[in-house]
Write a protein that binds this ligand. Sequence first.
Ligand SMILES: N[C@@H](CCC(=O)N[C@@H](CS)C(=O)NCC(=O)O)C(=O)O
Length: 302
Amino acid sequence: MPAEIILHHYDTSPFSEKVRLMFGIKGLAWRSVVQPVIMPKPDLIPLTGGYRRIPVMQIGADIYCDSQVILAEIERRHPKPKVVTGVDWAVNLWADRLWFQATVAVVFAEMGDRVPKEFIADREKLSGRPFDVNAMKAAAPFMRAQWRAYAGWIEDGLTGDFLGGKTPSLADVAAWMNVWWLSASAPKIADELLAGLPRAQAWRDRLRAIGHGDRVEMTPAEALQAATTTAPSDDGECAPGDPSGLKKGDAIVVQADDYGRDPVEGVLIHLGNDRVTLARECGELDVVHVHFPRAGYVLAKR
Ligand SMILES: N[C@@H](CCC(=O)N[C@@H](CS)C(=O)NCC(=O)O)C(=O)O
């Protein structure tokens, strides 16, 4: 029996929503492990080796960190229907970074005063910057204008039912996260910012109707067990001439280049333009392969 797809996530996580929608588009069955919204995450860190962000996908002893590599792996294992086309990955990074920054500012300008202080302290540690609700309120008019400009691109890009044409593409999935989160946490503002954009509004309803595939809950202990009873899926290969100069077997450290930069150490086993994989041995787990995207991550020799 093939190993199950396990998603470590929590329901309010926008980056997880990208993956849940991808499961819906592909019609996949998956297991859901709900992780805490703030540190500590004692059931996640043993799998990732230090990476704390959400979502993380696990298939047996393969651990995929970051929605970029998660979506790429789902597309690779389940190519139908095809979701990734053209320069979708570039659109994905724009939606993850520029558009998301605007969404964060607009959302927390609205609900920042109601957020528990433990959450604020956690996110300050994660970003290395103050979580300043007053600054977000002051920036809100500018950020709302940015958000509206980005939503306008969606309106203009919708020549069919989806940005991908007749069927949803990765561009739809990437953009959806921002619209979904704002609509869920500040519905009145979302409606204001989508006013006069009828195609974007109908697109939001269409994506919402797709759902999340077939979700069944799993305990963190079962997920750890799934990692110990399987071996990683393949041995990987390192493309010669990679600009990093790194070679298979090197002891390396990988970390995000934006926030949540907790380093993950391991032995390099796969290096391509889109993905880096390291092998880690950890305690009661034998060997797990931990996969990260290249775009947005920094690698160094230890
Ligand atoms: N580039 C990452 C960003 C992930 C991210 O920022 N996730 C948020 C939740 S949506 C997070 O991890 N927040 C801190 C936490 O949950 O501990 C990705 O695409 O997965």
